[in-house]
Design a protein. Structure first.
Length: 269
C-alpha cells in the first residue's frame, strides 16, 4: 500500500481517467483520487500502484470499477426546486401546446442513484394524461448506482424532498423505506453511458445534466454540451446545475429563463 500519491503516479492515473471518461482531476481534487486509489488497492489486495496501473491497462472491467469509484454521486429527490417548478409550470405546459405527437423524451444524464429521473417521472405523470407517451433514459458511468436506481428502493431519510401527495401516489412504504411503484419505473430505462462518447440516441425534448460537467475541463465540457445539442429535438430544453454555465462555450444553445430557473434551449427548425 502506498503512503502518498507521487507526482508521477498522479499524472499517469489522471491522464488515463481523463482519456477514458473526460473527468479531469486537478491538484485541488488530487486527495480524492488518492483516496479512491487506496480503496481499490485494498479491496483487490494489490501490492503497488504500478501493479494496479498495469492491471487496468489490460482489464477493461477493472478500469470501469475505477471510474465508478472516482465519480461523486450526490443527489436527492426534487433537488433544486426552482428547476422542477420550471419543468412543471413552464416547460411541460409549452410542450402541451406545441407537440402534436404527444410524446415526451427525457434524458437524465449522470442520474446517480435515480432520484432525479424518478422526480422527473412524477412531474410528467401528474401533468400529462394517458394520451401522452413518456420516455425517460437515465444514464450514469457507475454500474453500482445504476443498480440501486433500477431497484427503486430508498430509506426514509432519502425521500424527505418528495411532496407528500407524490410520495403517497407513487411510492409504497416498506419496512424502513419506500419502494417506487411499477407504474413509474416502467417509464424509465437505466443505462450505462460514458459522456465522453456519443450515446447514439436522439430526439430528446428535455435533457437534465446537472452538476456533472464541473468534473470536465473546458474542452471536455464543450464536447459534452455539443453532444447533447445534437441529441435533442428542435425547441428542446437543457437543464444544467445552478452553479454551471455555458458562458464562453462555442455552442448553439440559447440562454432562457423559465420562471426563476436559468435554462438553455435548442431553437433550430
Amino acid at each position: 500500500m502506498f503512503d502518498r500519491l507521487s507526482d508521477t503516479d498522479f499524472k499517469r492515473f489522471r491522464e488515463m481517467i481523463y482519456n477514458e471518461s473526460g473527468i479531469n482531476f486537478t491538484d485541488i481534487n488530487r486527495p480524492v483520487l488518492e483516496s479512491r486509489l487506496r480503496e481499490r488497492l485494498k479491496k483487490g489486495n494489490h501490492e503497488s500502484l504500478s501493479d494496479y496501473y498495469n492491471l487496468i491497462v489490460k482489464d477493461n472491467s477493472e478500469l470501469k470499477q475505477l471510474l465508478d469509484a472516482v465519480t461523486t454521486n450526490l443527489t436527492s429527490f426534487f433537488r433544486n426546486l426552482i428547476q422542477f417548478d420550471a419543468l412543471e409550470n413552464g416547460v411541460i405546459d409549452e410542450f402541451k401546446k406545441t407537440k402534436r405527437d404527444k410524446t415526451i423524451r427525457v434524458w437524465s444524464a449522470g442520474c446517480s442513484t435515480g432520484e432525479e429521473p424518478y422526480s422527473i417521472a412524477m412531474v410528467l405523470k401528474e401533468k400529462l394524461d394517458d394520451t401522452w407517451k413518456i420516455e425517460i433514459v437515465a444514464s450514469d458511468i457507475s454500474f453500482n448506482v445504476l443498480m440501486k436506481a433500477n431497484e427503486g428502493f430508498y430509506q426514509k431519510a432519502k425521500v424527505a424532498g418528495i411532496p407528500p401527495n407524490y410520495l403517497k401516489k407513487y411510492m409504497i412504504e416498506l419496512n424502513d423505506g419506500y419502494q417506487i411503484k411499477d407504474e413509474l419505473k416502467k417509464l424509465i430505462r437505466f443505462d450505462y453511458h460514458n459522456l465522453k462518447n456519443d450515446s447514439g440516441i436522439k430526439n430528446f425534448d428535455i435533457v437534465f445534466c446537472r452538476n456533472v460537467i464541473i468534473y470536465f475541463d473546458a474542452k471536455g465540457q464543450e464536447e459534452v454540451i455539443n453532444k447533447f445539442y445534437n441529441a435533442m429535438t428542435d425547441y428542446s430544453y437543457l437543464f444544467i446545475g445552478h452553479s454551471e454555465s455555458l458562458f464562453g462555450m462555442n455552442t448553439k444553445f440559447i440562454f432562457t429563463k423559465v420562471g426563476e430557473a436559468c435554462l438553455y434551449m435548442k431553437k433550430e427548425r
